[in-house]
Design a protein around this ligand. Structure first.
Ligand code: FES
Length: 513
């Protein structure tokens, strides 16, 4: 299965690309067009199709190409924003609503798996949160008390499933884990069997909303819908939500342990960023999957070092044999800590969105599927106001939060550049990349291990920030709102719709004229 980076996740290795259907969308009409074939898109699509709507999923690559193929797939009854912080910022009622919403999301996993008999390595597990310092212990007490008040099933624990010395721990009952791609493929099959349409390699170039109608200009032709949902992790185009969500990268490794003694539960420490642990079992192998080392997208110069640190962390607690897989993926941190699910800011009523999932996208995807379905079916939903993307919730530190943007520029290149004029090109080692200068302008250049040079205009097509090199995933990542591009400049991850402009390097230019 293909993904949006050079590394291979544990899940990718175990499944093929979802089969594509051929055809054109030209002139077709649907009740709902869902853009994005990850866990949010497919789960929502199935809910809506079952509710009687005619639904299209348009995915610009393949199902699970984005973050769904790179999540570690913990299913929790809590969010990254802890219950005490939710109480503090939104009130006790909000904390209770979150307990109820996560409970319904977990229930939807269980009922989908049972109804469609999806073989997706689903396992119910306890989830342990533990403190290793006094300060963390104090925070853990506060989280525990707020969790109890909110009504989630949680108790104190004298043990944790990982060999780490800890001071205090709590355990959330009846959490779960899953193989995300197998689960999504199972739902996709059920969706198609119910009459839904999935078009892969179908890029949505533009969307025009008019009264009661949305027209999507796709690479497979124009298509009409009564509603359109952006299940693309962050909506494309320029939107208020780009200033309320910051893109982050998170790292994961799957290791085999010499002892064969794998954790029997899910576990989380309380550092910032925190580490997260689970076990994954196949017919003949077991893996410990550890994640962490998060950083803002485009803000880490040596992304390989994040894997090195994660591995060092793993080796300090576990008898690691082989590191079988390593991969990274993207998530979006919302300004006030809660996801944005509902009407897209600026939409007149027909475009919906789900974003700002933090590190708990698998559970947010199912909260979204239920909420978006209710909104379209015009049914009451208790969580609509809490997760409304148009909510105005001034939060302390918000000004700092949006101060992500750097270096906004406009630059323009000729299609062919002379190699001699590119400063620093000769010093670039094979396998290295850099933003260099050409006649005073910036140019993003990568030299592959064979010495072939790939050059692109480094100005992000979304809002004109300059991209940074992600050495471990071999991609150009935008530090502003998280767009990512491959070596040729093609879009891997929104919000950009258009790729970076490719530039040819004319090594013989001087001699041939
Ligand atoms: Fe917004 Fe690049 S993603 S400027």
């Amino acid at each position: 299965m293909q993904r949006d980076g050079a590394n291979t996740s544990l899940w990718q290795h175990q499944v093929e690309d979802y089969p594509s259907r051929q055809g054109s969308l030209d002139g077709q009409q649907f009740d709902v067009i869902i853009v994005g074939g990850g866990v949010t898109g497919i789960t929502t699509a199935l809910q809506l199709q079952k509710a009687g709507k005619k639904v299209l999923v348009a995915e610009s690559h393949h199902l699970c190409f984005g973050t769904t193929g790179g999540t570690t797939a913990h299913l929790n009854s809590f969010l990254d924003k802890s219950y005490d912080d939710i109480e503090k910022d939104f009130g006790e009622d909000a904390a209770q609503l979150v307990v109820s919403a996560t409970g319904k999301a977990l229930e939807l996993y269980r009922s989908n798996i049972e109804e469609y008999q999806i073989d997706c390595d689903y396992r119910q597990k306890d989830g342990y949160l533990y403190a290793v310092t006094d300060e963390q212990s104090e925070k853990l007490d506060s989280i525990f008390e707020a969790s109890v008040r909110a009504g989630v099933e949680v108790v104190r624990s004298e043990r944790i499933p990982v060999p780490v010395e800890f001071k205090k721990a709590i355990v959330y009952r009846e959490q779960a884990q899953v193989h995300p791609a197998k689960y999504v493929y199972g739902l996709a099959k059920a969706f198609e069997a119910a009459g839904g349409v999935i078009m892969q390699n179908c890029h949505v170039n533009d969307v025009v909303e008019s009264d009661e109608m949305v027209v999507a200009d796709t690479s497979l032709g124009p298509v009409k819908g009564t509603y359109l949902i952006y299940a693309t992790h962050i909506p494309p185009g320029i939107n208020l939500l780009h200033f309320r969500c910051a893109p982050y990268r998170s790292y994961a490794i799957a290791v085999e342990l010499k002892s064969g003694d794998y954790p029997d539960g899910l576990a989380y420490d309380m550092f910032d960023p925190y580490h997260y642990y689970r076990t994954h079992e196949t017919a003949d192998k077991k893996y410990l999957v550890i994640g962490g080392e998060d950083h803002k997208t485009g803000h880490e110069k040596f992304t390989d070092s994040c894997f090195a640190q994660l591995e060092a962390h793993a080796r300090s607690y576990f008898d690691v044999g082989t590191v079988a897989f390593r991969w990274s993926s993207q998530f979006f941190e919302p300004a006030d800590g809660l996801p944005y699910i509902g009407l897209l800011p600026g939409s007149t009523g027909n475009i919906l969105v789900a974003t700002g999932y933090s590190g708990i996208g698998m559970i947010c995807s199912h909260i979204s599927a239920l909420l978006l379905t209710d909104l379209i079916m015009k049914k009451e939903n208790a969580y609509a106001a809490l997760f409304n993307p148009n909510r105005v919730k001034p939060v302390a530190g918000f000004a700092n939060f949006v101060k992500e943007n750097v270096d906004v520029v406009t630059e323009f290149f000729e299609k062919r550049l002379e190699a001699e004029k590119i400063e620093g090109l000769n010093e670039l080692a094979p396998g290295e990349a850099r933003v260099v200068r050409y006649e005073g302008k910036k140019l993003a250049v990568y030299k592959d291990p064979q010495g072939k040079v790939y050059a692109v205009n480094p100005v992000c097509t979304h809002a004109k920030c300059v991209v940074s090199w992600n050495g471990s995933e071999k991609s150009w990542d935008c530090p502003c709102h998280g767009a990512r591009y491959d070596l040729d400049g093609k879009v891997l991850t929104g919000p950009a719709r258009k790729g970076l402009e490719p530039v040819s390097i004319d090594v013989f230019h001087k001699h041939s004229t």
